[in-house]
Design a protein around this ligand. Structure first.
Ligand SMILES: Nc1ncnc2c1ncn2[C@@H]1O[C@H](COP(=O)(O)OP(=O)(O)OP(=O)(O)O)[C@@H](O)[C@H]1O
Length: 281
């Protein structure tokens, strides 16, 4: 694995009106690294993903992704960046009336000129590649089935194959298994991480399941109220501790903090050890 940072944030903040979605976040992600983002609902995980692929510009701070200065880039540069950054969504976002194969092929739209309608409008090489990518996710036999008739787990596997058709250098996934049962979730995570590892693709995935984060990601980043409050290697902490840490986040969210009279502390600093994380969260 190389250690080149492909994602670099320095003091990045993002506000939506009065809402501070990201608050002074600094971090670097190396090429090929597998990172999980954890945090309460509303802590800024999706905003961070959308800032990384240039869908949101930071309000302040610097962010470079694959060499592109996201804050200053022209729209055409952001479009180029997004071609190199695959995105997998919680609700799959497939076109239900199109076949699995057509959905996968649509991932190659940035690689061909002009609009395409139907499988045969794509060059043969891309059709073969799309089928191979469906095969890799175990769905070659469903190539001509309408995506809307596939199960949730199958649809997410098609979505992963579609993202791979972009030949991305980075894959961002926003709660990719939130609507799947535990067994299917594990299979989908296994596929997503295995494929990315084979191709040295950097992964940043938002999750609510701590056990999956511990199992698949090598690094865990925790956000609270837009601040980076945890940044640890998953091998360096044990699962129960991280789960406990996450529960504490949830507990504190529903209980007034005695130290602050109900106000969550605003001055949490990034931490790199579990013990300091426990204090910060
Ligand atoms: N486009 C937007 N316009 C206004 N506010 C927004 C926008 N996007 C996010 N926010 C706000 O920013 C904060 C962070 O939201 P974000 O979606 O990043 O959180 P999250 O951690 O991904 O939550 P969840 O786990 O529920 O998906 C929230 O208060 C949210 O309401």
């Amino acid at each position: 694995m190389t250690t080149t940072p492909v994602i670099s944030l320095r003091h990045v903040s993002k506000s939506f009106g009065a809402t501070q979605a990201l608050d002074n976040v600094s971090l670097e992600v190396s090429a090929g690294q597998m990172v999980a983002l954890l945090g309460l609902s509303g802590s800024g995980k999706s905003t961070l993903l959308r800032t990384i692929n240039g869908l949101h510009r930071p309000t302040s701070g610097e962010i470079r992704v694959l060499g592109t200065d996201v804050a200053a880039a022209r729209r055409s540069e952001l479009r180029m960046l997004r071609r190199q950054v695959g995105f997998v969504f919680q609700q799959f976002e497939l076109v239900g009336r199109l076949t699995a194969l057509e959905n996968v092929l649509s991932g190659a739209l940035g690689r061909v000129r002009g609009p395409r309608l139907g499988t045969m409008s794509y060059p043969l090489a891309l059709r073969k590649e799309a089928l191979a990518r469906l095969e890799r996710v175990g769905l070659a036999d469903r190539a001509f089935q309408r995506a809307g008739t596939l199960s949730g787990g199958q649809q997410q596997r098609v979505a992963i194959a579609r993202a791979m058709m972009q030949q991305p250098q980075i894959l961002l996934a926003d709660e990719p298994v939130a609507s799947l049962d535990p067994e299917t979730s594990d299979q989908v995570m296994d596929l997503m991480f295995s494929i990315c590892q084979e191709q040295n693709i950097t992964v940043v995935v938002c999750l609510h399941q701590v056990d999956l984060a511990m199992k698949w990601a090598e690094r865990i980043i925790g956000l609270r109220e837009g601040k980076l409050v945890l940044d640890v290697e998953s091998a360096a902490v044990d699962k129960t501790q991280v789960m406990d840490t996450y529960r504490r986040v949830l507990d504190e969210a529903s209980e007034p903090d005695p130290a602050t009279g109900g106000e969550a502390p605003r001055d949490a600093e990034p931490v790199s050890t579990y013990s300091s994380a426990r204090q910060a969260i």
